[in-house]
Write a protein that binds this ligand. Structure first.
Ligand code: BV8
Ligand code: ZN
Length: 248
């Protein structure tokens, strides 16, 4: 573990609110490949082709094989100390804490995070690509084509936000409302952890937080695309850094 006495740490007192944004790097130490890894060629397809409505329309069976292999891979993974440090901080701050995650692996939920917004969806949830049937838990692998919706017969799809698709407006509204109310209440800290800052609108949250006067922190194994927009940068593995950085 790093020596927390030497590490510069965000000031979190009994009036401070904290918004955290996590990316694939937080799950890397649990064994979930990041997109730099998984984002590479998968069955000679690029990630953004597979994680897109066009990719699904072109070859739904291939996209379901991709998500089924990620479901199977994630099933054997457990939260790591980085996830648990965020659960502890939530317990300490209560409604002065909110966690927005780009990760779809469900590990924050497994770790015990409750004030959680899964802005890119969840790997273990499916929905109908056509009718208004609500999204439902689905841990199964679908290796022989897209399963049909029981209600209307259309193809089921992963309940995931694909490239080119809008995020759930209620998720963005919840984050925006948290930031504005927190900034009115007292000091605000925005922490991004384990994310390359490449994907929008998530990568733009740092700008919204700064405009509201937030103190901004990035914890990442490597410099991030939007890293220059953070006031503080702690380079390292989130499983090691977050327990020291956020501890009481
Ligand atoms: C939208 C679900 C618009 C899928 C995902 C040009 C400019 C700006 C924007 C765009 C543009 N062209 C296109 C866009 C829009 C696009 C976008 O941002 N594209 C990027 C590629 C340029 N965004 C969208 O399409 C979004 N929608 O904009 O809608 C719109 C408007 C009107 C009407 C209709 C539509 C939707 C984006 C959501 C896409 N879905 N996920 C799935 O998972 O299957 S994104 C997916 O990739 C992840 O969820 C994640 O968000 C992203 C990868 O990012 P990271 O999580 O950061 O992971 P990455 O591997 O990149 O980085 C990991 C980091 O961790 C690394 O830096 C590494 O160093 C570090 N690390 C590794 N190990 C550790 C570690 N750090 C610490 N500790 C460790 N142990
Ligand atoms: Zn349907």
């Amino acid at each position: 573990m790093g020596d927390s006495t030497l590490m510069e740490r965000p000031r979190i007192d009994d009036r401070t609110s904290v918004l955290v944004l996590t990316g694939a790097g937080v799950s890397a130490e649990s064994g979930i490949p990041t997109f730099r890894g998984a984002g590479g060629l998968w069955e000679s397809h690029s990630f953004t082709d597979l994680a897109s409505p066009e990719g699904f329309d072109a070859d739904p069976a291939l996209v379901w094989r991709f998500y089924s292999s990620r479901r199977e891979g994630a099933k054997g993974c457990r939260p790591n100390p980085g996830h648990l440090a965020l659960v502890e901080l939530e317990r300490r701050l209560g409604d002065r804490f909110l966690l927005a995650t780009q990760n779809v692996d469900g590990l924050h939920r497994d770790a015990g995070s409750e004030r959680l917004v899964e802005i890119h969806g969840n790997l273990f949830t499916s929905r109908c690509s056509s009718c208004s049937r609500p999204p439902f838990e689905d841990r199964a692998s679908h290796l022989h084509g897209a399963p049909p919706c029981e209600r209307c017969g259309a193809r089921l799809r992963p309940h995931i936000v694909w490239f080119g698709e809008m995020l759930d407006p209620s998720h963005l509204e919840r984050i925006h409302r948290f930031l504005t109310e927190a900034a009115r209440r007292g000091p605000l800290v925005f922490l991004a952890a384990g994310t390359s800052g490449a994907v929008y609108p998530a990568a733009g949250l740092v700008d919204e937080a700064r405009q509201l006067g937030a103190c901004t922190w990035l914890v990442n194994a490597d410099p991030a695309d939007n890293g220059h927009r953070f006031e503080h940068f702690t380079q390292g593995r989130t499983g090691e850094v977050l327990p020291d950085l956020l501890g009481p």
